[in-house]
Design a binder for this molecule. Structure first.
Ligand code: PMP
Length: 403
């Protein structure tokens, strides 16, 4: 027998940075929608590593793509090309309808890539005076935690103690297209937006918001950049959440599920008019588009096309919200979301963090997010009966909080 969870947690506490506060469980194995802790207890994964495990844990086809590639060639850096990269780039561009893709690793890196492209586009194409470009983002956003990105966070904890931040980053209320119109100046290069705010508390903007933002951006010559790191690849019931409003952003940011839950894979996609501002040496990373990432990413895109997971996500998400609303105990203020990105906002007298702890004790793995919201975002491959049973446990647990 290996070390138990309390010993492992103590060792993690002793040597790990204190920047996370994990729930008291130590996972050892995952398969499909299930996780097992070191004591052998089974949990239903209702969080999918912040939507990164959309195809379930250790999907056999993705594991095969990863291991076969690992045995052949794992890394070249971008100093050289690999035979896997063009295949991945072609498939990325064909799947999402863009002329070019720039693969990097994590979500925040893809966001940084988009911001750099937007600024350079602002100078080279739009004619903004050097060093004066502005990027507009939204209150309640989450785009990652680099210094530039937390520079426009409205969340005090993400910013406090980490300044100074780069200039030229501004923020407007989320869901208010008039505020975008009012905020745009001749120096505005881009508007960066999540189609649904994930970490901000599963916030769905009013119908028509994104389409209006797109119209406003195009009228003012401002790039609309959609951060679909969390909402993309079927999570919200469409391949991309932007499709709910028929919007095709000028720049598209993907991450999380693009790595199939096996490794970090992210990308920024745009047409030549934007992407070709990058010249060799402008931007890059040792691991971006590496053969492992390219092999797994290509297989993820193949799986997407073959299995169309947004279709069950749409249907199951709707059923889940109906089930939760029909039986919501008094502590529930609102059930919202799209597809399988679902948030349950609790009355301020109750704690979503506490609810997540109680759920863990009952075999459901998830966490709370901002605005006192309990997140439900299981892998998209979840079986309908398993989801229904999981939702019943959530309802019972929330009811016991209300008692
Ligand atoms: N953008 C969005 C919308 C996200 O939800 C996240 C992560 N939660 C990120 C960017 C950052 O991704 P990463 O953690 O891979 O840097």
């Amino acid at each position: 027998l290996g070390p138990d969870s309390s010993e492992l947690r103590e060792r993690e506490r002793r040597h790990g940075a204190a920047n996370y506060a994990p729930l008291p469980v130590v996972f050892q194995r995952g398969e499909g929608v299930w996780l097992w802790d070191v004591e052998g207890r089974r949990y239903l994964d209702m969080m999918s590593a912040y939507s990164a495990v959309s195809f379930g844990h250790s999907h056999p086809r993705l594991v095969r793509a990863l291991t076969e590639q690992a045995q052949r060639l794992a890394l070249t850096s971008r100093a050289f090309s690999s035979d896997r990269l063009p295949v991945f780039l072609e498939r990325l561009c064909a799947t999402f309808g863009y002329e070019r893709a720039l693969p990097v690793n994590t979500g925040l890196e893809a966001v940084e890539t988009a911001l750099k492209a937007a600024r350079k586009w602002g100078y080279k194409v739009k004619g903004i005076a050097e060093d004066e470009a502005e990027i507009i983002a939204c209150d309640g956003n989450f785009h990652g935690r680099s210094i530039a990105i937390v520079g426009f966070s409205s969340h005090r904890q993400y910013r406090d103690g980490f300044g100074p931040f780069p200039p030229g980053l501004r923020r407007i209320p989320y869901g208010d297209a008039d505020a975008l119109e009012a905020a745009i100046t001749p120096r505005t290069a881009a508007f960066l937006v999540e189609p649904i705010q994930g970490e901000g508390g599963i916030v769905v903007p009013p119908a028509g918001y994104l389409a209006r933002c797109a119209e406003i951006c195009h009228r003012h010559g401002v790039l609309l950049i959609a951060d679909e790191v969390q909402t993309g690849l079927g999570r919200t019931g469409r391949l991309l959440a932007c499709e709910h409003e028929g919007v095709r952003p000028d720049g598209l940011i993907l991450g999380k599920a693009l790595g199939g839950g096996l490794l970090p894979v992210s990308a920024f996609l745009a047409d030549c008019a934007v992407m070709d501002v990058f010249r060799p040496g402008d931007h890059g990373s040792t691991f971006g588009g590496n053969p492992l990432a390219a092999a797994v990413g290509t297989e993820v895109l193949a799986l997407l096309a073959e299995t169309r997971p947004w279709e069950p996500a749409e249907r199951l998400g709707e059923a889940l919200r109906m089930q939760l609303r029909a039986a919501a105990p008094p502590c529930v203020r609102e059930v919202r979301g799209r597809g399988l990105l679902v948030g349950i906002e609790l009355d301020p007298a109750f704690s979503a963090a506490r609810a997540a702890e109680c759920l863990l004790a009952r075999g459901i793995a998830t966490r709370d997010t901002n605005r006192n919201v309990l997140r439900l975002a299981p892998p998209l491959i979840i079986d309908e009966a398993v989801l229904r049973e999981g939702a019943n446990v959530v309802i019972d647990t929330l009811a016991s909080l209300s008692d």
